[in-house]
Ligand binder design. Structure first.
Ligand SMILES: *Cc1c(COP(=O)(O)O)cnc(C)c1O
Length: 470
């Protein structure tokens, strides 16, 4: 007899970010296979993967090239340790990432990130950046008591260091007693701004822009304050470039990141870019920071690094940071950090194949086509009575649900508006997950035009069915 998978799951599996009481009373979907943008459950029902399996998948499921790369690697060896040994795919991937992350800043002059530290997921990539920045700033005298600056609403992962940098109360408050203190600054987006981007006739655009730029002043103030009260700058400014993901898909206005980056650099602080969600073309450029002409001192990559196939992450950094850890063995300046699966051969092989696909002309074309189509579809959606703000950056979109868009009254989280809309969507064959009242759309790059149209149509229909209105 076949095991009852739902029963086994309910008996033993504890799901992330899930109220298990609700889960126990639900009828969970058991996914079994996938092809391209489509996933199939154990009953043969098909779904479109509208959030790329929580923002990880780049080119679709079961991609022949990534499958082949993993298969070929598997015939050689699945995993060997990077503690003491090198391996082919990890070396090749490191070189490719360095090449991908190099940025011409002026004619001929390049700002390079030369070194790659591999780990397993976004959180560990951020922990690595954090520890490296901490020690580097101590050893170079940037600071005696390294303190970090990050953004309100920021999310950098769920390990304790990453949580210390995070500023989403719902996720982070419960752990406040076990965290180190970090400073936060307002993100350049006022949620309840008098102006709605989607409906310019509803308010004063100048107010809106003014309010966004005020956030630059806020960063400046914070930096000066730090200097005054502690006599040294922040060790590093930590940010999600272009779009803050878990905050609810909060975009930054053009030019903002560039201004902030130079301001923070003038203070003498390092820049840590968390590109775990934004990287690999999701928000436009392959490296999101480059879209603003910013070359950080650290870039954290994960989710899409292996095409979304295997847990694999990387922290890229400069030669200068690397040098802070060089010395005679007896000086013990070694970076004492590592993971069992650091430099995993299967993950690296998948990563190489994924980069090949990403850099192909057809992938770029697809991304551009989908971005435009998403833009058009979102414009339609923004006309719905229960849609407030609609935000897009490349192939990432957040659709905010509101009780009443005249007042932009939010739904109380306890009303579960986002969760209910997603449930309705899934019954119509489209899978995504909301962040509070924000529905996320983040289709894989292989999504066809008709598939994206279906995603948009189902979202529209579901909002109307669940929340009413026209
Ligand atoms: C998902 C995410 C992380 C954490 O990555 P995990 O692989 O889940 O640990 C960190 N930062 C950002 C911006 C993310 O979106």
């Amino acid at each position: 007899m076949k095991p009852d998978l739902v029963q086994l799951d309910k008996a033993h599996v504890w799901h992330p970010f899930t109220q298990m009481k609700d889960w126990m009373n639900s009828n969970p979907i058991v996914l079994q296979s996938g092809k391209g943008a489509v996933l199939k459950d154990i009953h043969g029902k098909k779904y479109l993967d509208a959030n790329s399996s929580i923002w990880t998948n780049l080119h679709g499921h079961n991609h022949p090239k990534i499958n082949a790369a993993i298969g070929a690697q598997l015939k050689k060896v699945a995993h060997t340790s990077a503690l003491g040994f090198a391996n082919e795919p990890a070396s090749l991937l490191a070189a490719r990432l360095v090449q991908m992350a190099s940025l011409k800043i002026r004619a001929g002059k390049k700002a390079d990130l030369k070194k790659v530290f591999f780990s397993d997921d976004g959180s560990t990539a951020m922990e690595v950046a954090l520890k490296l920045a901490y020690v580097h700033s101590l050893r170079t005298g940037i600071s005696r008591k390294p303190r970090f600056l990050s953004m309100q609403g920021s999310y950098h992962g769920d390990t304790v260091g990453a949580v210390s940098l995070g500023h989403i109360d719902l996720f982070h408050k419960a752990y406040s007693g076990m965290l180190f203190k970090s400073d936060s600054v307002m993100a350049p987006y006022c949620y309840r701004c008098p102006f709605n981007q989607a409906r310019p006739e509803q308010g004063d655009a100048r107010e809106y822009r003014k309010c966004r730029w005020e956030c630059i002043d806020a960063v400046e103030k914070k930096c000066t304050q730090q200097r005054k009260s502690r006599g040294e700058p922040h060790a590093a400014f930590v940010f999600e470039p272009l779009m803050q993901g878990a905050a609810g898909m909060i975009p930054q206005p053009k030019g903002w990141l560039n201004r902030i980056a130079s301001l923070v650099r003038e203070q003498g602080s390092l820049l840590i870019a968390d590109e775990v969600m934004t990287g690999f073309g999701r928000t436009g450029h392959v490296v999101a920071s480059h879209q603003e002409g910013v070359q950080p001192d650290f870039i954290a990559l994960a989710k899409g690094l292996s095409g979304g196939y295997l847990p694999m992450a990387a922290t890229l950094t400069t030669e200068s940071v690397f040098n802070s850890f060089l010395g005679d063995y007896s000086e013990f300046k070694t970076f004492f950090h590592g993971h069992s699966f650091t430099g995993n051969q299967l993950g690296a092989a998948a990563g190489l194949a994924s980069l090949d696909i990403l850099e192909s002309a057809s992938s770029l074309e697809n991304r551009q086509r989908l971005t435009l189509q998403l833009e058009t579809g979102l414009r339609e959606l923004s006309k719905l009575e229960h849609v407030g703000d609609v935000r897009q950056q490349g192939l990432v979109a957040g659709v905010e649900l509101v009780k009443d868009w005249h007042q932009r009254t939010p739904y109380d989280l306890r009303e579960k508006a986002g969760i209910k809309v997603c449930e309705e969507m899934s019954s119509e064959g489209v899978l995504t997950r909301s962040i509070g009242n924000v529905i996320v759309l983040m289709p894989p790059y292989c999504t066809t035009s008709s598939q994206l149209q279906k995603i948009l149509d189902v979202l529209k229909k579901s909002i109307r069915k669940v929340l009413g209105g026209c």
